[in-house]
Design a protein around this ligand. Structure first.
Ligand SMILES: [Ca+2]
Length: 588
């Protein structure tokens, strides 16, 4: 029985391969014959070194090709020869150099705060990635730090045990894994996904900390080096006074240097905290922007919108939404001068000067992050690594409008200050979209997404195809040459929720995922095809044709009750799977 099965398999294999190996067979015979003739010619140049022996070789070869054993069994001999040749030919594919990957994420920044997406803030290094790479005009995060990081790094909207970290995928593919920056997961992310368990080297903090070391001598939350808490005075830094965006990069550069000594590729995850509150920046960076914001948020919003249109980073037919304050009633305190919208004109010169400083510090924090991205890019250029590196840049959520000031009598900037950005400036950052961080409205859930990959991704290219942070893990799998594991840490691996972006990277059209989800529960958005439902403060669903109305100006809920009903029912079916399940991780 087994023998019959084996014979059938061999026969099927032969039948499938006959056209290929018959042509290869002919080619093989010719190649060998040519090779032997060449050898004969060479040896004939040296008549004293046995010309007679080598002159006979072609005849021996010809005799073999016409011998009864070859004529009878040529098919099997050819199969053996071609399968050996095929194995040999495949070997170089396995040793093709896998790309290095650098995944850079910023924190609490609006889409229009980046130069390549319309900002006056100087971001030449991010702009370089955009100019030489691909810009997505419609890309979603999860609208807040922890849900975005959880989904980005697992490829799941929600999960639990069985979630697989991106760095576990790269580890399985033989990469050296490096992380420096902010971690901050949802409770459903298992402990085995913590940085120290998946990265070879990691330096991180869990959530909000200051940028400068406060006068108290300790940060709001601790930092960890390879999973062990590290005292502020033990944090290595190249520039004094120590500044978080800089020393995050210092660690990354040192570990990159170490990884260059190895043959395997590296994955660097670089989640900066900039420009999350508190607003703190180096004086020389603030000085670059001082006075530039005296023209006010209203004029700048118009300027940025025009520039975004010129740059073609907006979906077609985009209209600028009216200016809007923070409408999130769950996140107080609501302080009118911080959380409401009011026009720039009518403010006193003194007020304008103070507001100019506030926005200048915020701009300086983004500027400093870009300078540090430049340090990483320079390192990769100098080492010759950049040519084989995929660099991705995105932001975890839209600009933040929440009032979190802790020290009222010290202006933003220095180590003893603790200010946040007000909603009028955050509304500028989220130009041309509505609402802010935490919201499923586009201002909260929309991020720049840049993919740079020399020789693989066309320079200065754009796509309107929508994407989501859950698409990153399947994209990694397509790129790093490994498959998704069946199990992880004793649990069956949870199926990924996104789809690979590689076709979009190649300039092709991908099959759009069935849906995208973002926003906190009371601010949830559910987008499928051309339509999107979204709610604010847990109230009634709004309905938009998001392709025709990217800035959510025309709520169709009253006019299209059937479509609203269909969308809400579809969302209700998937909603249970978005509830937080699984382990409660030991938050640091
Ligand atoms: Ca954030």
């Amino acid at each position: 029985m087994v023998i019959i099965f084996k014979q059938q398999r061999i026969l099927r294999l032969i039948m499938q391969n006959i056209p290929t190996f018959y042509s290869q067979m002919i080619s093989f015979r010719l190649d060998i014959y040519r090779c032997l003739l060449k050898m004969k010619n060479i040896w004939e140049m040296f008549p004293l070194l046995g010309r007679g022996l080598f002159a006979k070789i072609p005849k021996i070869w010809c005799d073999f090709l016409h011998s009864p054993i070859f004529v009878k069994h040529w098919l099997i001999i050819a199969l053996l020869i071609t399968s050996c040749a095929e194995k040999k030919a495949k070997k170089p594919e396995n040793t093709i150099q896998k790309p290095n990957i650098v995944l850079i994420m910023a924190d609490d920044i609006g889409i229009s705060d980046i130069g390549a997406y319309g900002s006056e803030i100087k971001t030449p290094n991010i702009d370089f990635l955009a100019d030489k790479g691909l810009r997505f005009t419609t890309f979603y995060n999860m609208a807040k730090c922890n849900p975005t990081r959880s989904s980005l790094l697992t490829g799941l909207y929600s999960g639990g045990n069985g979630a697989v970290h991106l760095a576990q995928l790269t580890k399985n593919a033989g990469y050296t894994n490096i992380m420096s920056g902010k971690e901050h997961f949802d409770n459903w992310v298992p402990d085995y996904c913590k940085a120290e368990n998946v990265f070879d080297k990691s330096f991180y903090f869990w959530a909000t900390t200051e940028y400068f070391l406060p006068p108290s001598g300790s940060f709001e939350r601790p930092f960890y080096l390879d999973g062990k808490q590290i005292a502020p005075e033990a944090i290595e830094h190249r520039q004094k006074p120590m500044y978080k965006t800089d020393f995050i990069t210092d660690y990354a550069l040192d570990w990159l240097e170490d990884s260059f000594q190895e043959d395997n590729p590296f994955f660097l995850y670089l989640p900066y905290h900039s420009a999350h509150y508190p607003l703190q920046a180096r004086p020389e960076d603030i000085e670059k922007y001082r006075g530039k914001y005296l023209k006010g948020w209203d004029a700048l919003r118009q300027e940025r919108f025009q520039k975004m249109q010129q740059l073609a980073v907006l979906p077609k037919n985009t209209e600028l939404s009216p200016p809007e304050g923070n409408l999130n009633t769950s996140r107080g305190p609501l302080v009118p001068s911080y959380t409401d919208y009011y026009p720039w004109e009518g403010l006193t010169d003194s007020q304008k000067d103070s507001l100019d400083l506030e926005m200048s510090v915020y701009a300086a924090m983004i500027d400093r992050m870009d300078q540090n991205i430049g340090r990483v890019l320079d390192k990769l250029k100098e080492s010759g690594k950049l040519e084989n590196t995929l660099v991705l840049f995105l932001i975890d959520n839209g600009s933040c409008p929440f009032y979190t000031n802790k020290i009222e009598d010290v202006q933003p900037g220095p180590a003893n200050s603790y200010w946040s950005l007000r909603s009028t400036w955050a509304n500028l950052g989220n130009t041309p979209y509505r609402q802010f961080k935490q919201c499923g409205h586009e201002g909260g859930s929309h991020t720049p997404f840049i993919a740079y990959w020399p020789g693989k991704i066309a320079p200065n290219s754009f796509t309107h195809q929508p994407g989501h942070v859950v698409d990153i893990a399947p994209t990694f799998l397509d790129i790093i040459g490994t498959s998704y594991p069946d199990s992880i840490n004793g649990y069956a691996s949870l199926p990924l929720h996104g789809k690979s972006l590689l076709p979009v990277f190649k300039g092709e059209r991908r099959i759009e995922p069935d849906y995208f989800v973002s926003g906190l529960d009371k601010f949830r958005m559910f987008r499928s095809g051309d339509y999107k439902i979204v709610r604010l403060n847990g109230s009634d669903w709004e309905l938009y044709n998001i392709k025709e109305d990217p800035t959510e100006l025309h709520n169709l809920a009253a006019n299209s009750p059937e479509r609203l009903d269909e969308m809400t029912k579809r969302y209700a079916r998937i909603e249970p799977g978005l509830q937080q399940i699984g382990p409660t991780s030991s938050n640091k």
